[in-house]
Design a protein around this ligand. Sequence first.
Ligand code: GLU
Length: 489
Amino acid sequence: MSKVRVRFAPSPTGFLHVGGARTALYNWLFARHHGGTFVLRIEDTDLARSTEESVRGILDGMRFLGLDWDEGPEVGGEYGPYFQTERLELYHKYVQQLMEAGRAYECFCTPEELEAQRQAQREQKLDIHYDGRCRHLTEEQKGAYRAEGRKPVVRFVSEKEGQTEIPDLIRGSVVFQNSQIDDFVIVKSDGVPTYNYAVVIDDALMEITHVVRGEDHIPNTPKQIQLYKALGFPIPEFAHIPMILGSDKTRLSKRHGATSVMQFHDEGYLADAMVNYLALLGWGYDDSQTLFSRDELIEKFSLERVSKNPAVFDFQKLQWMNGVYIRELTLDEFYDHAFPHLQKAGLVPAEPSEEEQQLIKTVLKELQSRVKLISEVVEMSRYFFTDDFPYNEEAVRKVLGKGDAKGVLEYLRAALASVSSFSHEELEPVFNGAMEEFDLKLGKVIQPLRVAVTGTNVSPGIYEVLEIVGQQRTLARIDRALDWIAQGE
Ligand code: GLU
């Protein structure tokens, strides 16, 4: 195989979404596996919809996922420029070549004329096609149209006989009848090339060896292959990767939840978990393996193992996987990920002192095994950092509303006020005493205390919680719970 060169070619008309990210990832993995080159090219010829903000968003998404590009925006490269709007002259040059070879022509038809053509075809029950009427205009006729102020588009003279075959590395051979391929537009009347044309010029001049992209581009591919042939460019290999569906088996969209990669970032997904999960949307190594490190993906990835069938995006599986990756972080790494969330929620200072950092780490150590999303640390830790935390109503009613809660809490309040520290050794006899006094199991003694101190009935171990919250705040919170009980009486 000649040296692999692949590209990700997003149109900057929105954020980097899950589908785009998976396409970028497969290209990246393929390039890294073969020691090839991964090119990022911005297809910004849709002038009305392309924005700089979107370009930034796409680059941010790629950086978050750790998909570094060898050529493209910011890094440059020998095959630039990497923005299509900076390549207009190149497109123009090859249009001239096609026209001179009789493979392209100017078409002056107005939208109304084209519609009338289609209407007539519909009435005669013919295939809807551009009928090629401008193919043989004389210079005089063109001059007359220009004088009317008409601006032409340029159409490609497509091959109408025979078939065009796409040798697809994932789907095998896909065949199109050439009779279905119109003389399609390659340059719009404003002089800007269309996608199908620009993509061929770019992939050819950038010496792309493999075009790996979503299967929604299959219908475009025969047109592109015809252009390669007409221009005498070598045809790259094609690999069309399957669609991504939501749980209801319709195409994944915002309706199903987050689809922007940066939104996943903001919600507390880790890049390694995202990469691992995205890789599995259409690719697998063997059925038994779900967790792959980045290095392992690079080593094992191949287009041969990409499925033809659509992949279903399973948010729960991604969350589970994220939890697995979170548990693998060192405490310092977990701190680095969690800190911005705590800070944004106003629970910790922007620049915590050494001592404050220690406290945050002590809290995070208790939460690391419990969260699936980094952002969950906020609600799970609020009561450690502030006394102003909400009561989970259901838990409070269920636990503090019970008859024995008051007596247990009063007992514990008195006993906890008299210990000299909140160490395990000092707390254990307190709980034992309460169990004996009320003839209750440990869980029943601890539950009202847990609700009083944390506002909810799910938390890290009670010993750890009490040690971090400390004696004074624990007693105050028991008082608050007793007040709540008294109000209900
Ligand atoms: N700009 C096109 C898109 O975003 C690229 C398609 C391709 O990879 O050829 O869909």
